[in-house]
Ligand binder design. Structure first.
Ligand code: NAP
Length: 242
C-alpha cells in the first residue's frame, strides 16, 4: 500500500494536504503533537475523500519520540511504502532578537529544522530501496526574505531550504524529488492574530491564501507528473514580493 506521511496534519495547511493526498489515493499517516480530536477530524475528512489512513502522535522536535514512534511503525508495516513525505509541522514564536529567549530559539529551530532531519532520514531509506519518492517541505516567505521579529523562524525555514537543495542533489538518481513550498499569509490558527485588512494591502491578489491553495501545489509536487522538478522552492503568496 502506498502511503503519505504528513507532519502537523491535525490542523491548518497540514490538514488540507492530508485531504489532497487522500484524494490522490494515498493512505495518509496524519502526524500531530497533542490535538487528538483535530487529528481524528482530519482522519474523518481523509475517509470522506475516499481514502484511508491513521493518526500518528509524536513531537517532531523530539528526536527520541520520532525514532520510537516512526521506527516502530516502519518495522510493523513492512508491507507499506511511504512514497510521499510532507514536512509541514511548524510553529512560530516571534520576538525581536534583543528579547529572544533561548527557549524560543530552540523551540522554533527544533520544530521546523531539526525535525526535517529526524524524520526524513528514517523515511528516506525506504524511498531509496523503492527507487521512488516525493519529499515536500513546507517553508515560508520568512525563510526566503527574512522577516523582522522572526530571526528564529526565518533561520529555521532558510535552513530547510538549504537542506532541500542539498538533498535533492543527493537522491535525484534514486527517483526521489525534494522540493519546498513557501507560503505567504495563509488563513490558519497560526495567522489568527494578524490584521488581514491591513496586511492584504501589500498582497497583489488582495487577500490571505487558503490552506487548500497550498495543498494544491503540494499535491502537484507530490505527483508523478512533477518528476523533473527537484531542489525547487515554490512561492505561494499571492504575488507578495519575495
Ligand atoms: P497551524 O494551523 O498552527 O497548525 C500547526 C500544525 O502543526 C498542527 O497540526 C500541530 O499539531 C502541528 N505541530 C506543531 N508543532 C508540532 C510538533 N512539535 N510535533 C508535531 N506536530 C506539530 O499551522 P499552519 O499555519 O497550518 O502551518 C503549517 C506550516 O506552514 C508550518 O510549517 C508553518 O510554519 C508554515 N507556514 C504557515 C504560514 C501561514 O500563514 N499560516 C505561512 C508560511 C508558512 P497539534 O494540532 O497537535 O498542535
Amino acid at each position: 500500500m502506498n502511503c503519505a506521511l504528513v507532519t502537523g496534519g491535525s490542523r491548518g495547511i497540514g490538514r488540507a494536504i492530508c485531504i489532497k493526498l487522500a484524494a490522490m489515493g494515498y493512505y495518509v499517516l496524519i502526524n500531530y503533537k497533542s490535538n487528538t480530536d483535530e487529528a481524528n477530524n482530519t482522519l474523518e475528512l481523509v475517509k470522506q475523500a475516499g481514502a484511508n489512513g491513521e493518526t500518528m502522535q509524536f513531537d517532531v522536535a523530539d528526536k527520541q519520540q520520532v525514532n520510537d514512534v516512526l521506527s516502530a511503525w516502519l518495522k510493523a508495516n513492512e508491507d507499506k511504502v511511504i512514497e510521499v513525505l510532507v514536512n509541514n509541522a511548524g510553529v512560530r514564536d516571534d520576538s525581536l532578537m534583543v528579547w529572544l529567549k533561548d527557549e524560543q530559539w530552540d523551540k522554533v529551530i527544533n520544530t521546523s529544522l531539526n525535525s526535517f532531519f529526524y524524520i526524513t532520514r528514517l523515511v528516506l531509506e525506504g524511498m531509496m530501496m523503492n527507487r521512488y519518492g516525493r519529499i515536500v517541505n513546507v517553508v515560508s516567505l520568512s525563510g526566503l526574505k527574512g522577516l523582522p521579529g522572526q530571526t528564529n523562524y526565518s533561520a529555521a525555514k532558510a535552513g530547510v531550504i538549504g537542506a532541500t537543495k542539498a538533498l535533492a542533489q543527493e537522491v535525484g538518481r534514486s527517483g526521489i524529488t525534494v522540493n519546498a513550498v513557501a507560503p505567504g499569509f495563509i488563513k490558519t490558527d497560526m495567522t489568527e492574530g494578524l490584521d488581514e485588512k491591513e496586511l492584504k494591502r501589500s498582497i497583489p491578489v488582495n487577500r490571505f491564501g487558503t490552506p487548500e491553495e497550498v495543498a494544491s501545489a503540494v499535491g502537484f509536487l507530490a505527483s508523478k507528473g512533477a518528476s523533473y522538478i527537484t531542489g525547487e522552492v515554490l512561492s505561494i503568496n499571492g504575488g507578495l514580493y519575495s
